[in-house]
Design a protein around this ligand. Structure first.
Ligand code: GLU
Length: 437
């Protein structure tokens, strides 16, 4: 059985690079029917915060990267916070003491005697990478204050938690020989490593925490992205699934995942492409699902409604116009309020021709007589009115759109009129005629 882990150090928000590392581990576990473990590497008391840990869990949950062992879930190899595993580290250190692989300095630091042999990493992504016998000084594994260093606890936990594979950022490759040296000294078999390429900004510079699109919560969760779209996009950062389409759901991505296909060259990040994916995913949602996803953004924009069916139809009617959920309020606010603002150019266009007023009043009259308030009925009524007024429907439509929404772009006029209902349609036209034209 395969066992893999995501082992973040909680020093800040979950970033794209960490999320993608978690994702590749998750895909491998799910594909192989293995176990995905979440281990929080929080031994650096000065830099680690509870807030960062919680933020990481939140980001992983949002992406749907559920873990089988770890915080909140438990498991047979816990605790899953390194800060709670000191006894285990002490026991492992005792083993190195017994085998004479460590010594204590005058200041109390404990150092590991490197084997000083050539060490080869058989990496699934990078191939065989051989490190010549090191000339570095022996490695401190325990500091004078009794705390352990990253390389030691990382290896001990990979042994204790029985990891079979380790997918992690390429930045760790240069230290992997130290890890293998420790595994050997502890009489354990190292896991199979897969070091995944770094993520670069679109201009080729190294992506940092401050770069656009780097933080999962700030950029994606709060930025109007759908988890499925981000999941899909992140998979393509450093991996090209062997199939025709790039747009693939979780099941397809899981089935297709092949660690050996992960690129060894760096990946280029492209936020516009992620938005493009988002637009595709967004357009596939049902009205109800789109409303559920949009709801926090509607609430944030102060949009209030009671009629869920109408609200779902309203957001659904503009789904082709947006890429991100946070763009939706600006496209639908007038569905839900009677004091909707009029865009300046809309007012100018309404006032441009004296006959606009007559046309709007004629349309209102035609609507008044419409018995069946349906999309098709409204459409017909507009066409009849245009004909009777000797104008093209194309001349009447924009005027009605201006009157009903205050905007120059949006869904079909018949859709707006249908959704807000006959009473509001008539009162909006009357209000527009008396105040804007
Ligand atoms: N805590 C390490 C990091 O966040 C994990 C290294 C590893 O996955 O082995 O980079």
């Amino acid at each position: 059985m395969t066992r893999v882990r995501f082992a973040p150090s909680p020093t800040g928000d979950l970033h794209v690079g960490g999320a993608r590392t978690a994702l590749f581990n998750w895909l491998f576990a799910r594909k192989t029917g293995g176990t995905f473990i979440l281990r929080i590497e929080d031994t650096d008391g000065a830099r680690n915060t509870e807030e960062a840990s919680q933020g990481i869990l939140k980001g992983l949950r949002w992406l749907g990267l559920d873990w089988d062992e770890g915080p909140g879930v438990g498991g047979n190899y816990g605790p899953y916070f390194q800060s709670q595993r000191k006894d285990i580290y002490d026991a492992y250190l005792a083993r190195l003491v017994a085998s004479d692989r460590v010594y204590t300095e005058e200041n109390g630091a404990v150092r590991f005697k490197f084997s000083r042999t050539a060490i080869t990493v058989h990496d699934l992504v990078c191939g065989d990478v051989t490190f010549a016998p090191t000339e570095e000084p022996d490695m401190t594994v325990r500091r004078p204050d009794g705390s352990y260093i990253f390389h030691f606890v990382n290896v001990v936990d990979d042994i204790e938690m029985k990891m079979t594979h380790v997918f992690r950022g390429e930045d760790h490759l240069s230290n992997t020989w130290k890890h293998i040296d420790l595994f050997n000294a502890l009489g354990a078999t190292p896991p199979t490593y897969a070091h995944i390429p770094l993520i670069l900004n679109s201009d080729g510079s190294k992506m940092s925490k401050r770069d656009e699109g780097s933080a999962i919560e700030k950029s994606y969760m709060n930025g109007g992205f759908l988890p499925d779209a981000v999941f899909n996009y992140l998979c393509l950062l450093g991996w090209t699934p062997r199939t025709d389409s790039e747009k693939l759901n979780r099941q397809a991505l899981t089935a297709l995942f092949e660690p050996a296909e992960i690129h060894s060259s760096n990946a280029r990040f492209d936020l516009a492409k992620c938005s493009w994916f988002n637009a595709k995913y967004l357009r596939e949602l049902s009205p109800e699902a789109l409303l559920a996803e949009s709801r926090p953004f509607l609430v944030e924009a102060g949009i209030v409604f009671e009629d869920e069916v109408m609200a779902a139809a309203a957001v659904y009617s503009i789904k082709e116009k947006v890429s991100l959920l946070n763009e939706i309020p600006a496209w639908v606010h007038y569905f839900f309020r009677e004091d909707y603002p009029f865009e300046a150019d809309v007012v100018a266009k309404l006032q441009a021709k004296p006959e606009n007023k007559t046309l709007l009043l004629a349309a209102a009259d035609s609507f008044e007589h419409l018995v069946e308030w349906t999309d098709a009925g409204i459409q017909q009524s507009i066409e009849d009115c245009a004909k009777a007024s000797s104008v093209k429907p194309g001349a009447l439509m924009p005027l009605l759109r201006f009157a009903l929404s205050g905007q120059s772009r949006g869904p079909g006029v018949n859709t707006i009129a249908h959704l807000i209902g006959k009473t509001k349609t008539l009162s909006r036209i009357a209000h527009t005629v008396s105040t804007q034209v």
